[in-house]
Design a protein around this ligand. Structure first.
Ligand SMILES: Nc1ncnc2c1ncn2[C@@H]1O[C@H](COP(=O)(O)OP(=O)(O)OP(=O)(O)O)[C@@H](O)[C@H]1O
Length: 592
């Protein structure tokens, strides 16, 4: 089990400006929609400015002087207020529609960019992170940004307009009273900001705990079979409860501070109001003047308090942006669309390992492959044999260039692997893995994964060659049969034949076969083996063999032990080596 690195250190204050600058990189995704964005901004500004007229007009409304100017029985201030209201509702409507449009389009582009980037990252990246954490990270980080773009940003601008505009109007009304009010406000502001920052810490911790809890759900649902088989339901329930309780505990602790924060704001605002009214009365301001003054003060006070919330939200989205940018800053593999393979890049199928030494990037201290060299001629069938952990799968990963050797090199037809475009190289190889992964979808889609866009005739031919057609046909929906998320409705042998059909469709130059360790029933076994034999014909095949009976005909058997090649030869040669590992493994299997 991995340990959680859930609570990451808070970014240092010195980082702030740098992170803010980084966040601006996101505006690249807004750029294509800048016209809509700018228009939304105009609406926002106009509606915020119109909002500013509110207290003044309300003051006029109650002014006994204005009621003497009645125009046909209607109060002028009342009409203007109505106009402001109508104007504001129209502007708000367009502002929201425009901002939502821009946000949705921007986020879709961002989601696509991030996913497109993520899927092209090298294996090293995925070794270091948990998939559940990554996916919930991305979804929660993006929802945070959604909130920022649609509400927080607008709130920020509206509040700034109210604060600045309000103060200007107040200064014109009475600079003395304004100065008095302002003496109280900045204090509130500082406390609010400090408080907001403190609260932010809690929401971040809760977010991380929730992500950790989601990881448990995701992993256990994906591996539900294992959970049940090990009767570990209660263990998982306890694990999940621990995470969710922790999230709740931190959330509640944060809740207390949020409560205190809101009490502070209430005290601050009401306290300031009482003080301002008292001061205003003693300064001899008229009632309408006082009313609009108090209203402006409420607006300003409310905006300053809201600003702390906005600040918290902005900080959270800066955090979210940083996470997303961290992913975007990771170096991609050179994945390119392969439409046609240039003749010079067509593989013949010859492979050589020259003094390859390798360790996994996550475990630099542990040398997994030690100075390995071997040759595979085109169209040869070569078996990799050895005890568990000997390094057979690692050789396959190196062949696929999921990782690069630390020293030495791997060449294809005499060309170093790294000189062939990565996607072109991989497109000429196919893997039939031990644990076949079926995507939720139809059998047709699952087979066509070997060559997206293949027509039904090609899919049927591949299924026939893989000895899969017979069982597919027996399903009432044939190729349209939906297989579950992990293909649980299909038997192990059937899944393997689907994987073989995929490889047939791909028609690779180099075939990599990770033989299933789980025993199939005799009939299924024969069907799978027969399909594999047909698939291996006419191409280079590398077989990770667990059952030695299946590789007697191999052109070459490479025996690995602890990351080194200990023997090499055909079955007949190796079986005669006294004290040899192959002979020993072979005797063990046949006597069992
Ligand atoms: N992703 C990884 N990160 C770090 N070490 C790894 C990783 N994958 C495998 N190893 C280590 O590399 C060594 C070789 O593993 P590998 O999977 O290649 O062996 P194998 O011969 O295929 O074993 P098996 O027959 O059990 O599948 C093992 O010691 C294993 O612990």
């Amino acid at each position: 089990m991995h340990t959680e690195n859930s609570v990451k250190p808070e970014p240092k204050p010195a980082m702030k400006w740098a992170s803010l600058k980084k966040t601006f990189r996101l505006f690249r995704y807004v750029k294509p929609y800048w016209a809509e964005f700018a228009l939304g901004m105009v609406f926002l500004l106009v509606s915020s400015l119109a909002g500013l007229a509110f207290p003044k007009l309300l003051g006029n409304l109650v002014d006994p002087k204005s009621s003497t100017d009645l125009i046909q029985g209607l109060n002028k201030a009342g009409v203007m207020l109505l106009c402001v209201l109508i104007g504001q509702s129209i502007f708000s409507f367009f502002r929201i529609v425009l901002f939502v449009n821009v946000t949705e389009k921007t986020l879709a582009a961002l989601r696509q960019t991030i996913y497109g980037h993520l899927i092209k990252l090298p294996m090293k990246f995925f070794l270091e992170r948990r998939v559940g954490e990554l996916s919930s990270r991305i979804s929660s980080d993006i929802s945070l940004l959604q909130e920022t773009f649609t509400t927080t940003l607008a709130e920020f601008i509206r509040q700034m307009v109210i604060i600045i505009g309000g103060i200007i109007i107040l200064l014109i009304t009475s600079w003395k009273l304004t100065a008095f009010m302002l003496a109280i406000l900045p204090l509130m502001m500082i406390v609010a900001v400090v408080f907001g920052k403190f609260i932010r810490k809690f929401s971040k911790q809760v977010q991380e705990q929730v992500a950790a809890a989601n990881t448990v759900v995701e992993e256990t649902l994906q591996g539900i079979l294992n959970v049940k088989a090990f009767a570990n339901e209660f263990f998982e329930i306890a694990r999940y409860s621990q995470r969710t309780n922790e999230a709740a505990r931190i959330g509640m602790k944060g809740g207390k501070f949020r409560g205190a924060f809101s009490s502070f704001i209430i005290m601050g605002i009401f306290g300031a109001l009482v003080a301002v009214i008292w001061r205003g009365v003693s300064m001899g301001l008229s009632t309408p003047e006082l009313l609009s003054f108090v209203l402006y003060s409420v607006f300003i006070g409310g905006s300053i308090a809201g600003l702390a919330e906005v600040y918290t939200n902005l900080q959270r989205s800066i955090g979210a942006t940083e996470h997303l940018l961290e992913i975007l800053d990771e170096q991609e593999e050179e994945i390119t669309p392969v439409t046609a393979i240039a003749p010079e890049d067509q593989l013949d199928g010859q492979i050589s390992f020259h003094n390859v030494t390798f360790n996994y990037p996550t475990r630099p201290d542990l040398t997994i492959m030690k100075d390995i060299s071997f040759e595979v001629s085109a169209d040869q069938k070569v078996a990799l044999v050895g005890p568990s952990g000997a390094g057979k799968s690692t050789i396959v990963s190196l062949l696929l260039r999921l990782y690069d050797p630390v020293s030495g090199n791997i060449s294809f037809d005499g060309r170093t692997g790294s000189s062939i475009p990565l996607s072109v190289l991989r497109s000429q190889m196919a893997v039939v893995p031990q644990d076949v992964f079926l995507f939720g979808g139809t059998i047709r889609e699952n087979i066509a994964y070997g060559r997206p866009g293949a027509d039904d005739a090609a899919i049927e031919a591949a299924a026939r060659q893989a000895n899969a057609w017979e069982f597919i046909q027996r399903f009432p929906n044939g190729l349209d049969t939906v297989v579950g998320e992990r293909g649980i409705q299909l038997s192990g042998g059937q899944r393997q034949r689907i994987a073989i059909a995929r490889a047939v469709l791909k028609n690779p130059r180099i075939l990599i076969l990770d033989e299933a360790t789980s025993a199939l029933d005799a009939e299924s076994e024969k069907l799978v083996q027969d399909a594999l034999d047909k698939l291996m014909e006419g191409r280079t095949s590398i077989v990770i063999a667990h059952r030695l009976a299946t590789i007697r005909q191999a052109d070459k058997i490479i025996v690995l032990d602890k990351g080194s090649i200990v023997e090499e030869g055909t079955h007949t040669q190796l079986i005669t080596v006294d004290g040899g590992l192959y002979k020993m493994l072979s005797e063990m299997q046949f006597t069992n």
